[in-house]
Design a protein around this ligand. Sequence first.
Ligand code: DGL
Length: 270
Amino acid sequence: MRKQPIGVFDSGVGGLTVLAALHERLPHESLLYLGDMARLPYGNKSPQTIIRYARQAASVLISRGIKMLVVACNTASALALDELRRAFHPLPIVGVLEPGATAACAATRTGRIVVIATEATVREGAYTRAIQSLRPGAEILAVPCPLFVALAEEGWHSGAIVEAIAKQYLEPVFSRTSTDVLVLGCTHFPVLADTLAKVAGPGIQLVDSAHTTAQAVAEMLVRMDLAAEPRAQPASVHFMSTDAPERFARVAARFLPQNLRPYEVELIDL
Ligand code: DGL
């Protein structure tokens, strides 16, 4: 069991920000990544559809013999985590939302936090609940920013257009005084971090869930006695996409430290 891979999924390439943190933190763990490119974005779909998609993605990874599942999508974590844990018990499943809330609470001094996420994540109120359970009394403003997903997938991370969109979403938000943390509550958003930091202005710390999720996974592996044995070389990472492997590989290069070639991406159907 310890040798089995950890399965990671997202609606597209955003979850690669989490995969990269996992690979860095746990180089001995084999990783199996699934990007549901054919059905992206999840963030504007209904809860029922998001739950159905998440179940299908999890089923494919489970059929490949994973020992743990990481839901590297805030939208699926917000809407489908409980259902996945029920449906696939006793598989250990880690979402990105609680680690993101943990990072936010560690970073804030004032307790005034802005969360940006997809429409579905904001509608569900999941970040607000997760943060307030850790820091009762925190004031959270959650703002849907769906266009950031398309910009991230498109590779538009900076420049006048990206900045104009970010200002349109965020300028009214940061007129609130004493906000000191901006949570990137969607795994696509860290690639826009430079632009977001510029628009948010000094004094606002950006946090995302990639590193705290890797930390949560590392702790769970130890707790459940599932950690892989150390080896000389880093373990393998296998990529799967439900559409357009060449596009996946091209876009993934913007999220990963290394290049990915289209033939390294397995095309699958759910
Ligand atoms: N990466 C997903 C998330 O973290 C959002 C992208 C989408 O809308 O599918 O919420």
